[in-house]
Write a protein that binds this ligand. Structure first.
Ligand SMILES: *Cc1c(COP(=O)(O)O)cnc(C)c1O
Length: 388
């Protein structure tokens, strides 16, 4: 028959047979690092709310106040009537934090990348992207129509070779990478990449979704060395350590002015709810006032990697690659039975054969919980993975 439903059922059956079907599981987050699922309270080691600011009373109060005065939604695109005055405050705060001229806030990080890249790059241009870049960086790249090559993960030599081979034929060239890799937790060599970009007349963009709030005193991965990395396009999200929702780009004045007037995901999409914007501002207040608090997620992650003799964590994200989806799913189910929520990450989010547990650490995780989790991983997950 070839009906729509038959097509959907056939695709689902195929995914099911390869253990790649995904389902929503109702999960209610609570203050701290706790969640409720299926009537049980679990300690979550898979939220990106690294500073637990989503439940911070100061953040909630700021959101409530904005909600009561400005309402639940923003009513229109920011270029029509959706540009509540809180947006200007948030953009000014982010620009200051990132030491950029200006900033523009989008509806989400995904929307930001889909808007920024095609505004800057077109056919005739060249984009070089780390092969493990987040799906939305690659989607923005694809949408732009620019010729694109992926360089091997964090491989400066490969990037240099591609620049030498292809830069000459292109009008403009953009290098893009995650600052902190979302599924691996390692860091891009941003200072070195910025130098390569400069030497080859290329522009440089980092997606710092997992860096803002937790690295470089909360400023992100451009600020890890004594000298700020020359990243002309600093993109990120407000949905992780900032605890709220939205995406941003910090850059020079002309670039931000161009994005404001041309990025389609900004122009043709409704502005964020004012309460989300207010929550982000309150979260930035806390991060700027308490730089030691911003260090805690990485410290907690290091407690875990030390306990298991893994490579020292560079960010709040610690992967444990297990191989086949089935193995990762079993390990996740086992940990959930023990009271820990650690979602299995499977292809296509990660490359084939690298299904994994992805642990994320937050400021308010209790050391005793981290130690118990490490014990369980050592005694049950690692030994079983080795036996299979
Ligand atoms: C989560 C994530 C995004 C998307 O941000 P949202 O605000 O959740 O849409 C973009 N890039 C990276 C690297 C991410 O991890």
């Amino acid at each position: 028959m070839g009906s729509l439903d038959d097509m959907a059922r056939a695709k689902l059956a195929d995914l099911e047979s390869r253990r790649l079907r995904r389902r929503f599981v109702e999960t209610d987050r609570r203050a701290g690092a706790y969640v409720e699922r299926g009537g049980r309270t679990l300690v979550s080691f898979c939220c990106n709310d690294y500073l637990n600011l989503g439940h911070d009373p100061r953040v909630i109060k700021a959101a409530q106040q904005a909600l009561e005065v400005a309402g639940a939604g923003s009513g229109a695109s920011r270029l029509v009537t959706g540009n509540h005055s809180l947006f200007r405050e948030l953009e000014g705060r982010l620009a200051r934090l990132k030491q950029a001229d200006d900033c523009v806030v989008f509806g989400s990080g995904y929307l930001a990348n889909l808007g920024i890249i095609p505004t800057l790059m077109q056919a005739g241009d060249l984009i070089l992207a780390d092969e493990l870049s987040h799906a939305c960086l690659l989607a923005g790249t694809h949408l732009s129509g620019a010729k694109t090559f992926r360089f091997r993960h964090n491989d400066l030599d490969h990037l240099k070779t591609l620049l030498e081979e292809h830069r000459g034929q292109a009008r403009h060239c953009l290098i893009v990478t995650d600052g902190v890799f979302s599924m691996d937790g390692d860091l891009a060599p941003v200072n070195e990449m910025a130098e390569l970009a400069k030497a080859h007349d290329a522009w440089f963009m980092t997606d710092d979704a997992h860096g803002i709030g937790v690295l470089g005193e909360g400023r992100g991965s451009s600020f890890l060395q004594s000298e700020k990395a020359a990243v002309s396009l600093q993109m990120g999200t407000l949905s992780k350590a900032i605890g709220s929702y939205g995406g941003y780009l910090c850059a020079s004045q002309p670039v931000i002015d161009l994005i404001r007037t041309r990025a389609r995901t900004l122009i043709y999409s409704t502005g964020l709810p004012p309460a989300s914007v207010a929550a982000s501002i309150a979260a930035l207040d806390i991060i700027e006032a308490e730089p030691d608090y911003a260090k805690r997620p990485v410290e907690k992650a290091r407690r875990f990697t030390r306990a298991l003799n893994l490579a020292e964590a560079q960010s709040p994200i610690v992967p444990l690659v297990l191989g086949e989806p089935e193995v990762a799913l079993k390990a996740s189910t086992f940990l959930e039975e023990q009271g820990f929520l650690v979602t299995a990450i499977r292809p296509p989010t990660v490359p084939e054969g690298t299904a994994r547990l992805r642990f994320t650490f937050t400021a308010q995780h209790k050391d005793a919980d981290i130690d118990r989790l490490a014990d369980l991983v050592r005694s049950h997950v690692l030994t079983r993975a080795a036996a299979e």
